[in-house]
Design a protein around this ligand. Structure first.
Ligand SMILES: [Zn+2]
Length: 277
């Protein structure tokens, strides 16, 4: 899945690069993938999209929720949770793709599923199609609506025996905040991913709230994480503190070793010195 900071980067790049381009042809499901999801029949995408201009793009804040990139094509809406790539005219296209838009200037945009991903297409006014997004309009952590009061309410509605990772990154409590960004958020708050909510002091809860806001903002402002690729296939400028890239290196704060463990469906990374259990 694409997480919040990268959807901000993608949607901004789409706005700057694709707005005004007219879709000549849309090809969906050219290379069927078991975990590629479409709204309705992908064969119908061409009829829905060809001849339309790209008019805008949002990071899941317009019609759906965090973790999606929304591309508005006049009266049609694409909601995409896969990586998205731009291909200038005559540039090589990916060998496999699950959605390809060909523009009238011979450039292309492609989506290729990694693990799983959705590429929904529906009229912007179609509430039924968009009903898939049950968490529509939950506040995005990068907006003012996601304030400490809102964060406290999420906390109160979560079982006290839940771990910090489960609180942040499971059950779509905060759509678009996934296991990837959770690692640095927890590190910056100096909280171990397995710490149970009931063991945390008030000031630790505040640190976690502040870290959600500031860490995601830094990731977005620096063009996404260095573990992820943008619209032009470039890595982001945010240097991850805890990721597969930094695992072989000492902790940036204390110089100790970083640990990787499987926990709740995904690897967690932590520094056992800086994030005591
Ligand atoms: Zn450390």
């Amino acid at each position: 899945m694409i997480e919040i900071p990268e959807t901000y980067v993608l949607s901004e790049q789409i706005k700057q690069t694709l707005t005004g381009k007219t879709i000549r042809r849309a090809v969906a499901n050219a290379h069927p993938h078991a975990f590629a999801w479409y709204s309705g029949d992908p064969v119908a995408y061409d009829a829905m999209l060809s001849g339309k201009k790209i008019t805008d793009s949002n990071p899941g804040t317009g019609y759906t929720c965090g973790g999606n990139t929304e591309i508005i094509c006049e009266d049609m809406l694409l909601v995409i949770s896969t990586p998205i790539k731009y291909h200038a005219p005559e540039k090589k296209l990916p060998a496999k793709h699950q959605l390809l838009l060909e523009f009238e200037d011979d450039s292309h945009m492609s989506c290729t599923v990694q693990m799983w991903g959705s590429m929904f297409c529906a009229p912007v006014t179609d509430k039924t199609a968009l009903g898939h997004f049950t968490n529509t309009h939950l506040p995005d952590p990068l907006t003012d609506a996601f304030d400490e009061k809102y964060f406290d309410a999420l906390w109160e509605n979560t079982k006290p025996s839940y771990s910090a990772k489960a609180f942040l990154a499971t059950e779509q409590r905060i759509p678009g905040l996934g296991n990837g960004v959770a690692q640095d958020i927890l590190f910056n708050a100096r909280i171990h991913p397995k710490r149970k909510l009931e063991t945390m002091r008030e000031n630790e809860k505040e640190q976690l709230f502040n870290s959600v806001k500031t860490t995601l903002k830094e990731m977005k402002d620096l063009g996404g994480r260095d573990t992820e690729k943008d619209l032009f296939n470039n890595s982001g400028g945010y240097r991850t503190i805890l990721s597969k890239i930094t695992l072989p290196h000492p902790c940036r704060v204390c110089g100790g070793g970083i640990i990787r463990q499987a926990f709740l469906g995904g690897n967690i990374y932590f520094c056992p010195t800086c994030q005591m259990l």
